[in-house]
Design a protein around this ligand. Structure first.
Ligand code: AMP
Ligand code: MG
Length: 325
């Protein structure tokens, strides 16, 4: 059924209340966060969560992140929370750090794709925390895109993928960070990074006392690290990595952090904030290929490299691996 997706304004308190009322009624609402737009539903309402998997086309074995209004609300969804979690929250919450903890029995298992754990974070935008508080319970909020497509960093990206399938979007303009949160697993020692993101391993080391390693994928059962099992972050346009402008064919689009003078190729600025927007723009403009220039600064940005590499691998795959994210 096609819905008339409401386009609500985050700077208008009446619109925020309207979004909260829809959420409370079990509807799906796309919400702004500092990372990317999320597709929110009540975390304790399995029917609403099923609907999220359906409209995104998301595989049921890919767990969702629960978003809370305050750090203390984490106790509503997790148990046996280690002291180090509170210390990390003190330093990084609200913000782009997601913690994987032991799931509280009251959280429906569909949230975590059947895993005994739960991923949780507190978004940085004040209006988003206010919205969650008004909705009356934590919300799950995976990225508000069709599975496998680049994550949405602007309201129009959400409408492009999910317009007509969700009740509303609360528009707060472009996302400040533009890539997803760092996901840190605290259910085993040492803590491991399930997904590199906006917060660096070196920053986490200040609290943990060590730099958390990247989690390795077990290869069986539910995915522990995103993108290893599924297609991810990919535009329809093929994505290639290159370290030289020479190899780029005429007419192609190059994404680069350094200015490029060329009549032969089109260059656009690459940052965490622009990556997904440029991927989507390339699809709309039907450019033949996207080349990402891997300069040392890009290589040094683990989170950005992670998204670029996954998009490149996905775009060049010919098998039927199902999409994720
Ligand atoms: P997305 O909602 O698209 O930002 O993706 C959320 C990601 O968080 C998933 O793909 C998982 O990698 C990670 N995640 C969520 N819940 C868990 C969990 N319980 N254990 C491990 N990773 C999780
Ligand atoms: Mg996603």
């Amino acid at each position: 059924m096609l819905l008339d997706t409401l386009h609500l304004d985050a700077s208008n308190p009446a619109d925020v209340q309207r979004a909260a009322t829809l959420l409370a009624a079990g509807k799906l609402v796309a919400i702004p966060t500092e990372t990317v737009y999320g597709l929110a539903a009540r975390a304790f309402m399995p029917s609403a969560i099923e609907e999220i998997f359906r409209v995104k086309g998301r595989p049921m074995d890919n767990p969702l992140i629960v978003h809370c209004a305050t750090a203390s609300d984490i106790e509503l969804v997790a148990t046996d929370i280690p002291i180090v979690a509170w210390r990390l929250l003190e330093r990084f919450a609200p913000g782009p750090l997601t913690l994987v903890l032991h799931r509280h029995p009251r959280v429906p298992s569909i949230v975590s794709a059947g895993l005994p754990s739960v991923a949780v974070r507190i978004p940085a935008l004040e209006v988003t925390r206010r919205l969650i508080a008004l909705a009356g319970e934590p919300v799950v909020a995976p990225s508000a895109n069709q599975s496998g497509r680049p994550s949405p960093t602007r309201a129009e990206h959400v409408l492009e993928d999910l317009g007509g399938s969700i009740a509303a979007i609360l528009d707060a303009g472009p996302c400040a960070i533009g890539i997803e949160s760092t996901v840190l697993n605290l259910t085993a020692e040492p803590a491991t990074i399930v997904r590199p993101g906006a917060i660096e391993a070196a920053d986490l080391a200040e609290i943990l006392g060590y730099e958390p390693p990247l989690a390795s994928h077990s290869g069986t059962g539910a995915p522990i690290a995103p993108g290893m099992k599924y297609r991810h972050y990919a535009p329809r346009t093929p994505v290639f990595l290159t370290d030289s402008l020479e190899t780029i064919p005429t007419g192609a689009l190059v994404l680069t952090t350094a200015p490029v003078e060329s009549d032969r190729i089109r260059a656009r600025l690459l940052t965490r904030q622009t990556l997904y927007d440029e991927f989507r723009r390339a699809d709309r403009e039907q450019v033949p290929a996207i080349y990402v220039l891997i300069t040392p600064d890009v290589r040094a940005d683990r989170a950005l490299m992670n998204r670029i590499e996954k998009a490149a691998v996905s775009a060049q795959r010919t098998d039927n691996t199902p999409p994720m994210c």
